[in-house]
Design a protein around this ligand. Sequence first.
Ligand SMILES: [Zn+2]
Length: 280
Amino acid sequence: MKIFRSFLSAILLLISLATSLWGMKAPKKALAEETRSLPILMYHSVLKSQEGTYTVHPQTLEKDLTTLKGRGYTSVTLAEVKGYLKGEGELPEKPVLITFDDGHYNNMHYAWKILKKQGFSAVLNVIGCFTEYSSSHEKDHVEYSHLTWDEIGVLARSGVFEIGHHSYAMHAYKPRFGITKMPSESAEDYEKALREDTLRLEYALLKKSGVRPVAYAYPFGAYDEESEDILHALGYEAIFTCYERVNALKKGDATKLSRLYRINRDGTLSTEDFLRKHGL
Ligand SMILES: [Zn+2]
């Protein structure tokens, strides 16, 4: 019995030696593999009545999600993406991030339960003045209402949605295109305008929805050289653009956070055609 035990401990010693030797080589291998391809999909409205470039049918949304899962994709949150880019967290092999822009009430009416059922989360980028209007003027209407401040709070606390900033009143073509600088404007005036607009929605979300936005999404994807620095100074690390590419992420390289590419989910395409078009 004694002999058997020492034989066993010799074997165990050999195994642990072999493991630690293998482990010493592991970091090199691990470093080389610390990259991820991250598609970020950009949805807007989810409606049964119409399909268009910015509107998908609820069944199409559900098919997108089930097909993505079938192809090995795992839904991730922006918090997880941030963690990975800062070198503090992990991402699954094939991550996918879902976003919804403009804060349509139909996202709550249709998308919420589909996301929940399929185990997906999403970033919901809301617009301050649309939210204010819906909060004070209309009853919820699935076709045209935007989410109210209360509803944004409910969605955020459901654990399915993270809330993003899509400007208070700069989601417009006039007097400037989105948040871009007007030609006649000084750098100081531009900074002041963007800062005030950003803080206005930020405060309203905190006060009325109990939510702190996790990202900024440029209206129409438009921005200027100065925009990024102004938003960084206000604490917005993650910024969504509308460049239709898959993001190539490197663990620990947070520079990518400032320009996250997104692919618009054009509702006129079938799930198959949409995913094929973008190599997903
Ligand atoms: Zn928008």
